[in-house]
Design a protein around this ligand. Structure first.
Ligand code: ADP
Length: 486
């Protein structure tokens, strides 16, 4: 089974969020699966960081897509033997900034072309005209809008026999562009219609994928249901309802080589479910590093997140003064909404011994917050899967979450029954409001004071099987189903 895994980011080459974690971990997990007798290659743009980090690189072909001359570079991931094909085009991808926007956060104006080229190249590699004749994929897995135009090119232009899956990591990002891009994207005008890639008068990359891909998947079973409703469907719920028999929800796993308290090299001390003592040392070091009052008895709450409406963290500043008065400390890392950044900063300035706000992206600090905190706060309004709550479970840092998407599928609320049968792993809000978040955090604080009970919740989470193994098996089943046409 030859699989082309098309994506716009993959950790550790380049990362802006959960998509990179999945793109880095899933191909590796499939390669480690005894049942997977296949060959999977990641296809992604040759951003500067990718070119710097790829191993054993050599050029294998030159292609001309959408009027752009690109070199295909074949190499390997820095941390595994997973094959990578990077599309090198200096003008399109080697820029001073992120994959989607410049260093001020302004989206690149030619993203339609940049990801049109990625999608078009993916389709070409699945066609008779592929320059890699000896490697024809049986299946392509596309991920999010950036590669979602590939199934349209495959069906409308290349008439490819390769089967396609579109995986949805977040429906909020759709890649909708002005119709004036039609010509540059070399899309047939007759398919610019409801039964095609048109969406409210625009060209929609994501809609194209939803319409033309053979199968659809998303990153949790609950999100697979939610996106068929008006509240979570971002206008695409109708099409998702039509395609519901082709839609599967598979919960992400975590990469245990990157995220394990037993092996994590970012921590000053490692620890495990059977010996949690190292966690106290990490908490102390974190408090010192962030300038918080060093106190083992002060409950330390962590946040690592993009600061956007989705993540619900705007619910937090309002209730922080009450929690600060109860002795809580906060270690916050993230960036995004400027007003929210300012609210957290304000609280940090007023109470530096109890609140730390780090604006930016910091992989090392994120691991230390995950390990050193007592609880992790993630009140997302919607959450396709969410990885941070999974990291919280693995690190003995029970997550406090809203009951949505992957959060609902991975965190079991603490109550008398779940405590008694050892299934409690975290704390689940009853509704999306500051009041509900406060009640839920206060419930967690009450239990936290009972160390024996708290350790049971920590161990329940840490002992759960949340590695990629079983998720990779579920993807393999989906691949087999897609190939058999069922
Ligand atoms: P999303 O992809 O919606 O941002 P996820 O929870 O699925 O949310 O994944 C987020 C990933 O990005 C996690 O690996 C998380 O640790 C990481 N992350 C988010 N913000 C930051 C940050 N400011 N610094 C370091 N890592 C971050």
């Amino acid at each position: 089974m030859r699989v082309l895994f098309a994506t716009s980011e993959a950790y550790p080459l380049i990362k802006t969020g959960g998509l990179a974690d999945v793109s880095g971990a899933l191909p590796k997990a499939l390669n480690n699966l005894a049942e997977f007798d296949g060959d999977i290659k990641i296809l992604l743009p040759g951003y500067q960081a990718v070119l710097e980090k790829l191993r054993d690189v050599s050029p294998v072909a030159t292609i001309e897509v959408l009027g752009q001359t690109c070199t295909l570079l074949m190499g390997k991931m820095p941390d595994s033997d997973t094959d990578v094909i990077a599309i090198q085009n200096t003008q399109l991808y080697e820029r001073n900034g992120g994959p989607y926007s410049d260093k001020h956060g302004v989206e690149w104006l030619d993203n339609a072309l940049r990801f049109g080229v990625l999608s078009r190249a993916a389709s070409l590699l699945c066609s008779k005209h592929s320059p890699l004749q000896s490697w024809q994929p049986d299946l392509i897995q596309c991920n999010d809008w950036q590669t979602a135009l590939a199934p349209a090119y495959m069906k409308l232009i290349d008439f490819s026999s390769t089967k396609s899956i579109l995986s949805l990591h977040n429906l909020a990002f759709q890649g909708n562009f002005d119709v004036s891009w039609l010509k540059a994207l070399e899309l047939p005008i007759e398919n610019f219609q409801i039964s095609g890639f048109e969406y409210h008068g625009q060209i929609s990359f994501l809609k194209a994928g939803l319409f033309y891909a053979d199968k659809l998947s998303t990153v949790s079973p609950t999100y697979a249901h939610e996106i068929q409703t008006e509240t979570f469907g971002f206008g695409l719920q109708g099409l998702l309802q039509i395609r519901k028999d082709d839609l599967t929800g598979i919960l992400n796993g975590i990469d245990a080589e990157e995220w394990s308290p037993e092996k994590d090299s970012s921590l000053i001390k490692n620890y495990s479910a059977s010996d949690l003592s190292g966690k106290a040392a990490v908490k102390k070091a974190l408090q010192e590093q962030l300038g918080l009052h060093v106190d083992a008895d002060a409950p330390l709450l962590g946040v690592v997140s993009r600061l956007t409406h989705q993540k619900g963290l705007d619910l937090l500043p309002k209730i922080m003064p009450q929690l600060i008065a109860q002795g809580c400390q906060f270690a916050i890392l993230g960036s995004g909404d400027k007003a929210l950044e300012a609210s957290f900063n304000d609280l940090a300035q007023k109470t530096p011994a109890q609140v730390s706000m780090t604006i930016g992206y910091n992989e090392h600090l994120s691991h230390n917050i995950m390990a050193g905190c007592d609880m992790f706060v993630m009140p997302s309004r919607f959450e396709p899967c969410g990885l941070n709550q999974l990291y919280g479970l693995a690190y003995g840092t029970p997550p406090i979450v809203n009951a949505t998407g992957g959060l609902a599928d991975s965190v079991c609320d603490t109550n008398e029954t779940t405590l008694n049968n050892d299934t409690a792993t975290g704390f689940v809000m009853k509704s999306v409001s500051s009041a509900s978040l406060l009640v839920t955090i206060e419930h967690a604080l009450t239990i936290w004071k009972n160390k024996a009970l708290w350790q049971r919740i920590q161990r329940n989470g840490m002992q759960q099987d949340i590695g990629w193994g079983s998720s990779a098996k579920a993807y393999l089943k989906l691949y087999e189903k897609t190939l058999s046409g069922h």
